[in-house]
Design a protein around this ligand. Structure first.
Ligand code: 5GP
Ligand code: ZN
Length: 122
């Protein structure tokens, strides 16, 4: 099994699983970018949300629903959090298994939507 997230889903990595059901699994990011940084993934290996929409779009709803439940459980739902899906090389997708990042636990900068592009935008 070459995919690191498939190994975590199968319980073969030693990573602590925070939530798992028949459709999805959630676990902490190994290199957290925020005090709370959790990844929510479909149990079936798909690369993108587009692929999952074609197979079973209900899994996407479950992923977002569980992200909110995990934010509630972590005590950050009230103050706010960010959900991110990087898709493809231009977006910096490093792991080829769809994953929803849940990030929170401290305030972001007011220009929080500003992204650092490799080159000037224009
Ligand atoms: P991407 O850049 O693809 O959106 O994010 C991939 C994320 O997966 C990164 O934040 C990275 O830290 C995380 N990651 C990579 N390998 C592992 C691993 O083996 N275990 C865990 N828990 N997270 C990982
Ligand atoms: Zn996988």
């Amino acid at each position: 099994m070459s995919c690191v997230f498939c190994r975590i889903i199968a319980g073969r990595s030693g990573s602590e699983v925070l939530y798992q059901d028949e459709k999805i699994t959630a676990f902490r990011d190994i290199r957290p970018q925020a005090p709370i940084h959790i990844l929510i993934v479909p149990n079936e290996h798909v690369s993108t949300a587009r692929e999952l929409l074609d197979k079973d779009s209900s899994v996407l709803i479950t992923m977002f629903s569980e992200a909110h439940a995990l934010a509630e459980a972590a005590g950050i739902a009230g103050k706010g959090y960010r959900l991110v899906i990087n898709t493809g090389p231009d977006a910096g997708q490093m792991v080829d298994h769809l994953h929803l990042h849940l990030l929170g636990g401290k305030p972001i900068q007011p220009d929080g939507m500003a992204l650092r592009w490799k080159d000037r935008m224009t």
